[in-house]
Design a protein around this ligand. Sequence first.
Ligand SMILES: Nc1ncnc2c1ncn2[C@@H]1O[C@H](COP(=O)(O)OP(=O)(O)OP(=O)(O)O)[C@@H](O)[C@H]1O
Length: 367
Amino acid sequence: MGEFTVTKEKLLLALSTVEEPDLKKDLVTLNMISDIEIGVNQVTFTVILTTPACPLKELIKQRCVDAIHRDLGDDFEININMTSNVTSILNKNLLLPQVKNIIAISSGKGGVGKSTVTVNLAMALKKSGAKVGIIDADISGPSIPIMFGAEDLQPLVSVKDGKNFISPIMQYGIKMISIGFLTPPDSAVVWRGPMASQALKQFFGDVDWGELDYLLLDLPPGTGDIHLTLVQTVPVTGAVIVTTPQKVALADATKGGSMFSQANINVPILGIIENMAYFTPAELPDNKYFIFGEGGGQQLADKFNVPVLGQIPLVQKIREGGDSGRPIMMDESEVVSTAFFSAAENLAQQIAIRNANLPKTEPVKMR
Ligand SMILES: Nc1ncnc2c1ncn2[C@@H]1O[C@H](COP(=O)(O)OP(=O)(O)OP(=O)(O)O)[C@@H](O)[C@H]1O
């Protein structure tokens, strides 16, 4: 073995030829390389990804190794640690200074599975290593407490800098708040109009969220006061539209999506999740029956020029998970968990791309 001549500068030069495939810039320019240590016949460094759920993790690692071998030789050891630091557009948001991304999960129609998708996406993001919270913004029809088996839990109040804060409920590692935790069962229905909007504002301002990478909002179906309150109260990183493949659902989903992309609201749509995309019977897991039609999610995605983030099958265990308060994502051996993991990865990826390329969203000012 010859003399070991690798230096920090040479290593950085080699790594500056590796492009982050999504962000289209090199790893050095993006400040993604840290903690370089040059030892005897070995180099060690860390790659800081923009999301823990990065689907390109292995690819990026391999490209680093290839670039180093190509430029500096291959007679030494390479140790690469992969970590992540989720990017944000919200750091100047005084209301929630420690929340990096606020994501609106919306649908045109009711009953398409928006809450189910929110819950399982949250679990998938959490399992990939992110800090995740959920606001149940469906004030008149909250379903998050039941879906998390948390309907008997009540949030505590804590005092911070002389102000009272509600501590979110922590269930399965996810922080969450819902009107269902604060009012007796069956009474939430009366929370309409201005009261519901006020409740949502309090979920932002009066809840001690702490540090979060992703705060997901389970919105009511359609477009209404709550949606307007949301975009006026906080800068929203982006919206996800959940739809089933049927024509009727798509028409409503188009209206819902158009609200976010209106010029004066300007919340980027991050992608579409097609729920109940096909039916898969438990005893024939490889069979797909497109009972609600095929290709609807893609049509909607094309209309908004965004990707389909995921296709979630209609399976009995998803419904059972919702009803029993144990989201299906609790059990990774379930075949369907790959569908949610992949949707969560794609969502995290789109958030990173959005944060790298688009200007910050500003809260909407109503005249
Ligand atoms: N992929 C799926 N497979 C099986 N059942 C599902 C699936 N997605 C949702 N469901 C079931 O469909 C029902 C409606 O889902 P959910 O409450 O998530 O819809 P929603 O769009 O949030 O409704 P709304 O906002 O109108 O209350 C629930 O019983 C849920 O368990």
